[in-house]
Design a protein around this ligand. Structure first.
Ligand SMILES: Cc1ncc(COP(=O)(O)O)c(C=O)c1O
Length: 132
C-alpha cells in the first residue's frame, strides 16, 4: 500500500496477520512504479484507493491498467473506488471492463458515499477453495 492511502488498509492487513509494505508516496499519491517494484515473492495483496482518501489524489486509468499488467497474477489488487461517483464525467472510466483480462483485480465501491447509506452492507460471499 502507499503511504497516505486509506487508513483502514494497514489496520485490516495487520488484523489478518499479514505484514504491510508501505511505499513512500509521490506528491501524496500512489507511486505505482515504486509499488510494483516493492512486490515481493510473498506479497498477496495490493491496496489502491482511487481517488484516495484522505489526500484526494487520482490515478489516471491508463496508468492503473499498465500497473495491472505488471503485477504478478497471483497477487490480488484491490482497487478501492469508494469515491468513483464523485469524479467529474470526463475523468471517470469503468475499470470493471478489465475484470476478464485481470482475474486478480478486485474492485470495491460503496453505497455509503454516493447514496449516504453508511449502515447498509451488501456483498457476495467468495466460494473459491481458499475461502470455503
Ligand atoms: C477510500 C475508502 N474506501 C472505503 C471506504 C469504506 O466505505 P464504507 O465502509 O462506508 O462502505 C471509505 C470510507 O470512508 C473510504 O474512504
Amino acid at each position: 500500500m502507499s503511504q497516505y492511502a486509506f487508513a483502514v488498509y494497514p489496520i485490516s492487513t495487520t488484523a489478518a496477520g499479514a505484514r504491510c509494505i508501505v511505499v513512500p508516496a509521490l506528491d501524496y499519491g500512489h507511486d505505482l512504479a515504486a509499488m510494483a517494484a516493492a512486490i515481493e515473492a510473498t506479497t498477496r495483496l495490493v491496496w489502491i484507493a482511487n481517488p484516495n482518501n484522505p489526500t484526494g489524489n487520482f490515478l489516471p486509468y491508463p496508468q492503473l491498467k499498465s500497473f495491472m499488467a505488471e503485477v504478478p497474477k497471483d497477487v490480488a489488487v484491490v482497487l478501492d473506488e469508494a469515491y468513483n461517483e464523485y469524479l467529474p464525467p470526463h475523468m471517470r472510466d469503468d475499470a470493471t471492463h478489465w475484470l476478464n483480462e485481470f482475474p486478480n483485480l478486485i474492485i470495491t465501491r460503496t453505497f455509503s458515499k454516493i447514496y449516504g447509506l453508511a449502515g447498509l452492507r451488501g456483498g457476495i460471499r467468495c466460494r473459491c477453495a481458499r475461502c470455503r
